[in-house]
Design a protein around this ligand. Sequence first.
Ligand SMILES: C[S@@+](CC[C@H](N)C(=O)[O-])C[C@H]1O[C@@H](n2cnc3c(N)ncnc32)[C@H](O)[C@@H]1O
Length: 276
Amino acid sequence: MTDAELQDIETRLFFEAMAVRHGYDFRHYARASMKRRVQALAQSVGCPDIGSLIPRVLREEGFLGQALAHLSVPVTEMFRDPAVFLALRREVLPILDSYPRISVWQPGCATGEEPYSLAVLFEEEGMLPKAQIYATDINDMALAKAEEAIYPARNLAAYARNYAQAGGKTTLADYFTTAYDFSKISEPLRQKVVFAHHNLVADGVFCEVHMVLCRNVLIYFDRTLQNRVLALFHDSLVRGGFLCLGKKETLEGTDYADRFRPVDRDCRIWRKAEAS
Ligand SMILES: C[S@@+](CC[C@H](N)C(=O)[O-])C[C@H]1O[C@@H](n2cnc3c(N)ncnc32)[C@H](O)[C@@H]1O
């Protein structure tokens, strides 16, 4: 048996241990990237091979947190893919504005930059008072940072460029207070986002919403898991509700392709079909 084949077996057994012992099921995540992450975890905790992680994940108190921090990669930024935020501003928010109250669910929110970007859009379109954003993730460390809403001030220049391309109406700095090297999201925006732990693999429908914005999460899942998660999104959305996925993600080829109508193909925005 080659070393690579042995590593594949160890990786499978490691994920089995995570699922059975802790209820975190990564078995339907895309294989190649997960194997790289498990290798990185082994290296960072001083294990000579992936197999040595298994007894630790089964028995060592506190090890789960370290494992999860490596397996979930909360990479994000404000107004990531600005064209998508511009499309939301121009094509989706005017329709959402017809509702007396608007609820949005953002699963896989990472450290919060994405939900706060959406809160800025609502503010600029005069819709913030009636909007509520629920932002969820499995990574509790990322959620704690998101709730704190404090980001390195050096990131703001790049975020401001994205914001301008997303049709920003003022300057992004208006939504932050900056002291020393850190910038904090303004309180009215922060209060509009509720952060919570929710696992797309194991947990049920989160709540009834008018839009699900879940970007750069499905890309990590295999087709079986994508279909499970799309069922959750479909059941969470009101009729005519919007679904926005990441730039490399699509409904095509999934069980849900004909239950949504495209709104903007490039920006990966769909609308739940009225008749479904
Ligand atoms: C690459 S980030 C995407 C962040 C943001 N949506 C964006 O596009 O900038 C992926 C996020 O998905 C989260 N995630 C991975 N598996 C998840 C699951 N089963 N349930 C909920 N969130 C998950 C990770 O913890 C991570 O924060």
